[in-house]
Design a protein around this ligand. Sequence first.
Ligand SMILES: *[C@@H]1O[C@H](CO)[C@@H](O)[C@H](O)[C@H]1NC(C)=O
Length: 140
Amino acid sequence: MKYVWVLFLAVFVAHSQAFKFTRCGLVRELRRQGFPEDKMRDWVCLIEHESGRRTNVVGPRNKNGSYDYGLFQINDGIWCSNSNTPGKDCNVKCSDLITDDITKACTCAKKIFRIQGFLAWYGWRNHCTHPSDLPDISMC
Ligand SMILES: *[C@@H]1O[C@H](CO)[C@@H](O)[C@H](O)[C@H]1NC(C)=O
């Protein structure tokens, strides 16, 4: 019985940690997703302030009634659809932005960046505009 409990705990801990990247784990994944090296520290800074590197975060309700989803805290007022079909400007379901596979979230974040730049994210505006703010990823 003790072993069952230990096994249960191990699986539970492994699962809940799977939603949070380490800093270097995130860098590795962003490279895999094709994010350019010259803006890597900005993306890491943005993600650390928006979601704490957690893939499954749904933010608190915004003043205008919208919600933000996932690693990049992407807004459902504009970018993702809360219905059962993909929609809005990223043509994606919000529920697909909070999965461990971050491919769809990355595609949408790149689109937001193409249109609005990093200024689209308060996490970046408020915490990542000075070069000295940016996280050290030299060990990654
Ligand atoms: C609602 O507020 C959020 C957070 O301030 C913002 O990102 C989003 O663009 C707003 N949505 C609309 C439709 O104005």
